[in-house]
Design a protein around this ligand. Sequence first.
Ligand SMILES: Cc1cc2nc3c(=O)[nH]c(=O)nc-3n(C[C@H](O)[C@H](O)[C@H](O)COP(=O)(O)OP(=O)(O)OC[C@H]3O[C@@H](n4cnc5c(N)ncnc54)[C@H](O)[C@@H]3O)c2cc1C
Length: 284
Amino acid sequence: MKAPAFDYVKPSSLAQVFSLLETHGDDARIIAGGQSLLATLNMRLSEPQLLLDINAIPGLSGITLHSDCVQIGALTRHCDIEDSALIAEHVPLLAMAAPFVAHRAIRNRGTLGGSIAFADPAAEWPTCAVALDASIVLASRSGERRVKAKDFFQDLYTTAMEPGEIVTACEFPLQPRAMRFAFDELARRRGDYAIVGLAASGQFADGLLRQVRLVFLGTGNIPLRARAAETAIEGKSLNADTFEAARTALATELHPAADLYHSAEAKQHLASVLMRRLLQRLAA
Ligand SMILES: Cc1cc2nc3c(=O)[nH]c(=O)nc-3n(C[C@H](O)[C@H](O)[C@H](O)COP(=O)(O)OP(=O)(O)OC[C@H]3O[C@@H](n4cnc5c(N)ncnc54)[C@H](O)[C@@H]3O)c2cc1C
């Protein structure tokens, strides 16, 4: 199928974007990398009358180290996060997750802000944002506000973004040096959206895992923090009893829906396999 007809503008300032959003409301749609939007247009899942291309707006792209966070502009491409030495050093979880975002050709165009705004439940960046307690920076005609990732993702493809707002950046707090990170996912083929994925972090000392955080993707409508499993692992050494306690706890809080290829039970099983694998990595 082909996309329905639409008008196209390429504003050169945020002020212009805000005024076009105000004038056109729901009929206007931001386009950043186009890697999700164009597919929805071609499938006629979405029929905006106006596309607002934000690629010419200065200041929306780039990775900056601040005293308390790393700020990544909304227009920063997935590949720039993947290739960044600054990200590898200061936000290693993002460097670990980047190669799982689609294929390199898509990563060359797709943007961080687009992925955050789209809020696909199987996407890597929303999950990492929740895992790292990131803040989403939103701008509108009335100014700027920050929303914690845990509050930003509200439901399937639904976020806390209000009409007239756009994502301008994400801020990832600097983590303690002792924090360890692991990311992995299970997919039918490399580059496909994951069946189940997991961002894990924790500190490992004296044979014990502490401050464990587990955030799953692909198992619900939004990134899911597995607090019961975290509690089962906190301060424990990794042995068969701990794994079993974590697996049992996880089953009480993860309720994945079956998809075309996998039953809910299979997804649940894969989630616990992934959890065990990543906990072992954190403790290695
Ligand atoms: C074959 C294929 C496989 C893929 N696999 C994966 C995968 O495994 N993991 C993954 O995470 N993604 C995957 N993607 C999606 C890809 O990562 C997209 O790049 C990303 O989801 C959206 O970013 P974008 O810049 O392309 O956004 P666009 O497609 O331009 O926009 C997506 C949506 O976000 C809105 N939007 C964009 N930028 C902003 C902004 N700054 N403020 C407010 N709203 C905005 C748009 O209006 C639109 O509704 C895949 C895509 C394809 C085509």
